[in-house]
Design a protein around this ligand. Structure first.
Ligand SMILES: *[C@@H]1O[C@H](CO)[C@@H](O)[C@H](O)[C@H]1NC(C)=O
Ligand SMILES: *[C@@H]1O[C@H](CO)[C@@H](O)[C@H](O)[C@H]1NC(C)=O
Ligand SMILES: *[C@@H]1O[C@H](CO)[C@@H](O)[C@H](O)[C@H]1NC(C)=O
Length: 215
């Protein structure tokens, strides 16, 4: 099963684009038209030089930005003797907001697998972080997770998902807010879809589709 696909994105030269969009030589006060054109030309040469010779610029040029699509299953196991999700805090009893679990915080170190069954498919990484019941009127989680991967070129690299997860909706979208290693400068979003859920134990298997832009 292919868990990852890429699309290369043509990286544009941001400083030059900025110059052309925001710098109109004819708006310079005083001086003759020819002087303005010359001035613009020198600024252009300077920006061209800076934008192609600094370490940041060469990193951006050599390593084109990619859009990667990852998909895997996230296993949240609260039951049994080796849970991967542990509730660590909850609101004081007797509050009317109790029905949605408002205030409850659960720490997780959930395995991420290629297939939906945890015993028969390989673990490609883990989701480490926590989720908190952050909505009074529905089960709406605030999720903060670092996805850390163990596979090949992504071994040790992470990206961070932080967003709102209204668990009973069919599709939940959450932002990717950053990353490390292969996912430096990461940004993007994930789509979570519940694959299986046990109402008694709270155990869940959720399919994650991740769209991540990175270098
Ligand atoms: C709040 O929920 C807990 C379980 O999460 C339950 O034990 C408790 O009785 C509830 N309290 C009220 C007042 O509903
Ligand atoms: C996976 O394997 C463990 C023991 O190896 C077993 O306890 C557990 O029930 C299995 N889970 C599933 C979903 O088959
Ligand atoms: C990932 O990297 C660790 C060391 O950082 C190494 O022990 C492990 O074998 C690597 N795994 C894979 C699948 O390359």
């Amino acid at each position: 099963m292919n868990w990852c696909t890429h699309t290369n994105i043509i990286s544009s030269n941001q400083p030059l684009r900025y110059l052309f969009v925001h710098f109109n030589p004819f708006s310079i006060p005083g001086s003759a038209p020819m002087a303005k054109v010359l001035l613009f030309f020198f600024v252009f040469l300077f920006v061209l030089n800076v934008s192609t010779t600094t370490p940041l610029a060469s990193a951006a040029r050599l390593r084109r930005e990619k859009l990667s699509h990852f998909q895997f299953y996230w296993h949240d196991i609260l039951s049994g003797r080796s849970p991967t999700a542990v509730p660590v805090a909850r609101a004081p009893p007797g509050l009317s907001s109790n029905a949605t679990g408002f205030g409850q915080v659960t720490m997780i170190d959930d395995p991420l697998t290629l297939g939906p069954t945890i015993n028969s498919s390989s673990v490609v990484g883990r989701a480490q972080g926590f989720y908190a019941c952050a909505a009074l009127d529905t089960v709406g989680l605030m999720m903060v997770m670092n996805f850390v991967f163990h596979e090949g070129r992504y071994n040790g690299s992470t990206f961070t998902v932080m967003g709102r997860n209204e668990v009973f909706k069919k599709v939940r979208e959450m932002p990717v807010v950053g990353g490390s290693g292969a996912f430096r400068f990461a940004r993007g979003y994930v789509e979570a879809r519940t694959h299986w859920f046990d109402l008694n134990t709270g155990d869940a298997i959720v399919h994650y589709d991740c769209f991540v832009m990175h270098y």
